[in-house]
Design a protein around this ligand. Structure first.
Ligand SMILES: NC(=O)C1=CN([C@@H]2O[C@H](COP(=O)(O)OP(=O)(O)OC[C@H]3O[C@@H](n4cnc5c(N)ncnc54)[C@H](OP(=O)(O)O)[C@@H]3O)[C@@H](O)[C@H]2O)C=CC1
Ligand SMILES: O=C(O)CCC(=O)C(=O)O
Length: 428
């Protein structure tokens, strides 16, 4: 049988900023503020484990193709590691390492008992059939069977994956143990033990943090406008829930381009259009198409980058008009843009706080699976909102205490918690 290795080589990071370097530069600033000792610094800066696997998959045409997959466990000091799995052609080991570390900091910011991990496979799911994606997902799960576990490492969805992939993962893992193990993965379909409220949880958390930040800035949601980059799980839910709070969503985008309506886009219509057109906004008539790069520097009060890393850089930061940036995506702002944004006095609710609603409700899903009990949607929403509001206030107070940005403050809160736990666990 012919074996093609076309998807095996990782995409180079040459033309992009390196998210791992961005993560480390903020980590270093926070470590300095906290006066972290050398031992703790060295333990926290590098991942505990990096696993790279080759996954042979029989494609629909009978050819075998080998895919490269990763799982990076950054840290387990606070508990079992937690983090999503990304299917995308740009997946790169350094990116997965950054994403795994961000999971450690994110779980610590919202004070849930998890460490951090992230996974990814270099693939383009938009060109694969459901059967090919299923075989890839099952192959990845088998390759990671000794890494995953309800008390060890608990995956979830990220870009390019959703409840369908999580169901296959749960089923394949359960076969290896001979027991149905719903708690091995979160973001599952409801019938398999998924939690009410998980699908929209990340977008809802973005909305909650945006409203909390607007309150601090004295901005009235009903008099404010917003642009959202990325119209997938996080972006579309954030846009919908922000519009329900009265904000005018003037711009949205996906890989097909950006769409602008000065009078506000009808988000329910945009979502319905996307769902009916292969997940894309291309051809949507409720807005005018514009250059994708223009969206980030468009005249809006609030900007929500909810797609990929490093879209805000030293090259466009100066042109941003928004007074508030709420990071739905992980790592959308390169470290090179931080000083420019700070000097422009734009408030940034950083990724590890703003998008933590997803992992928070994942935690609730895991708790419900372990209890064998289901919570009502109201209970999920109310508890997640409380956790996020408390985390926001803690980060805001830390920013004031040290006179630093919300981003550095979030790292300070997170690293302090993990470092203190490390000291207790180490016995001194
Ligand atoms: N899902 C979750 O619960 C969580 C996700 N996140 C982060 O949020 C971000 C988005 O994830 P999620 O919504 O799940 O992913 P999805 O795959 O559901 O959606 C990604 C969206 O981004 C669009 N996109 C991709 N590249 C670009 C680009 N260069 N410019 C504009 N749009 C682009 C995609 O367009 P198209 O579909 O046309 O390709 C799609 O609309 C990621 O950074 C992820 O790590 C963070 C916390 C939790
Ligand atoms: O829901 C989860 O467990 C993790 C989601 C995720 O990958 C993220 O927050 O970046």
């Amino acid at each position: 049988m012919a074996v093609s290795t076309v998807y095996k080589e990782p995409a180079p990071l040459v033309d992009r900023e390196n998210p791992l370097e961005s993560m480390m530069s903020r980590f270093n600033v926070a470590a300095e503020i906290l006066g972290l000792d050398d031992e703790t610094y060295n333990v926290l800066k590098a991942p505990d484990k990096q696993i790279i696997v080759n996954i042979p998959v029989t494609m629909d045409n009978g050819q075998r193709r080998v895919f490269e997959g990763y799982r990076v466990v950054h840290n387990t000091i606070l508990g079992p590691s937690k983090g999503g799995i990304r299917y995308d052609m740009h997946v790169h080991l350094d990116e997965v390492k950054a994403l795994a570390a961000w999971m450690t900091w994110k779980c610590a910011v919202v004070d849930i008992p998890y460490g951090g991990a992230k996974g990814g496979i270099i693939c383009d799911p938009t060109t694969m059939s459901p059967g090919e994606i299923e075989r890839l997902t099952r192959g990845y799960t088998l390759a990671m069977k000794d890494v995953f576990g309800p008390d060890r490492d608990i995956p979830a969805p990220d870009m390019g994956t959703g409840p369908r992939e999580m169901a296959w993962l749960m089923d394949e893992f359960s076969k290896t143990t001979g027991m149905t193990s719903p708690a091995v993965v979160t973001g599952k379909p409801l019938v398999l033990g998924g939690s009410l409220g998980r699908v929209e949880a990340t977008g809802r958390g973005v909305m909650v943090s945006a409203i909390a930040a607007m309150k601090k800035l004295g901005m009235d949601p009903k008099q404010s406008s917003v642009a959202v980059q990325g119209f997938g799980n996080v972006g579309s839910w954030a846009a919908k829930l922000l519009s329900e709070k009265g904000l005018k969503v003037k711009g949205v985008s996906d890989i097909s381009g950006a769409y602008w309506n000065e009078n506000g886009i009808n988000i329910d219509e945009a979502i319905a259009y996307k769902n009916a057109h292969n997940g894309r906004l291309d051809g949507f008539t409720g807005a005018v198409k514009m250059d994708a790069d223009e969206l980030l520097i468009s005249p809006v009060d609030v900007l929500v980058p909810a797609a990929v890393e490093d879209v805000i850089t030293e090259h466009n930061a100066n042109d941003i008009k928004a007074k508030l940036i709420v990071e739905g995506a992980n790592g959308p702002t390169a470290a090179s843009a931080d000083p420019i944004i700070r000097d422009k006095k734009i408030m940034v609710v950083p990724d590890i706080l703003a998008n933590s609603g997803g992992v928070t409700v994942s935690y609730f899903e895991w708790v419900q699976n372990r209890l064998g009990y289901k919570w009502s949607e109201n209970m999920v929403i109310e508890r997640a909102e409380r956790i996020m509001t408390d985390a926001f206030e803690k980060v805001y107070a830390t920013a004031e205490k040290y006179n630093v940005t919300m981003r550095i403050a979030a790292y300070v809160v997170a690293i302090d918690k993990v470092a203190q736990t490390y000291k207790y666990r180490g016995g001194f």
